[in-house]
Design a protein around this ligand. Structure first.
Ligand code: GDP
Length: 176
């Protein structure tokens, strides 16, 4: 579309998932295009913003980092309240983290905004060749059954990180 037609819409996006699956790294890769082997537990700021420019609109994500709050599950509802989108992250080399992701999805579907867009991200895909513990087909099937977007991502080599956010942006309802 033309520039005059380009609306800017703001959406709150949260990341959920077990500790150390790479939530902060995914955000840092997406926003700053950087990766650190020793990522600080939290990126510090309350939230970061990053825009995705689509054909007819610009989606501005307000991305909330959990700051380790996933350890305190009772605090989670406060954190995902009002979120238009959620990325539920697991680590493809950690089967337990996939169970964790499923339980986050269940909680979001029960208690999150009824129209929340949920994307499932199987992170650390760069390690999948030798250390995979979560089957791709199984994850895809689960995502399909539950109406989720699904991607295997790597914050380390940037695989599918931009795609993940762009596909979420495309699914969000744009105000006219
Ligand atoms: P969080 O607790 O979910 O926010 O996880 P972090 O973002 O702090 O990442 C935890 C650890 O996993 C760090 O040591 C990262 O360097 C590492 N990590 C994160 N993403 C990836 C990835 O895509 N590939 C690899 N190989 N390591 C990653």
């Amino acid at each position: 579309g033309s520039n005059s037609n380009n609306r800017v819409c703001h959406f709150k996006l949260v990341l959920l998932g077990d500790t150390a699956v790479g939530k902060s790294c995914l955000v840092v890769r997406f926003v700053r295009d950087e990766f650190f082997e020793y990522q600080e537990p939290t990126i510090g700021a309350a939230f970061l913003t990053q825009a995705v420019v689509l054909e007819d609109s610009t989606v501005k994500f307000e991305i909330w980092d959990t700051a380790g709050q996933e350890r305190y599950r009772s605090l989670a509802p406060m954190y995902y309240r009002g979120a238009s989108a959620a990325i539920v992250v697991y680590d493809v080399t950690n089967a337990e983290s996939f169970k964790g992701a499923k339980s986050w999805v269940k909680e979001l579907q029960r208690r999150g905004d009824p129209s929340v867009i949920i994307a499932l991200a199987g992170n650390k895909a760069d390690l999948a060749g030798t250390r995979r513990k979560v089957d791709l087909k199984e994850a895809e099937e689960y995502a399909r059954e539950n109406g989720l977007l699904h991607f295997e991502t790597s914050a380390k080599d940037a695989q599918n990180v931009k795609t993940l956010f762009v596909e979420i942006a495309k699914r969000l309802p744009k105000a006219v």
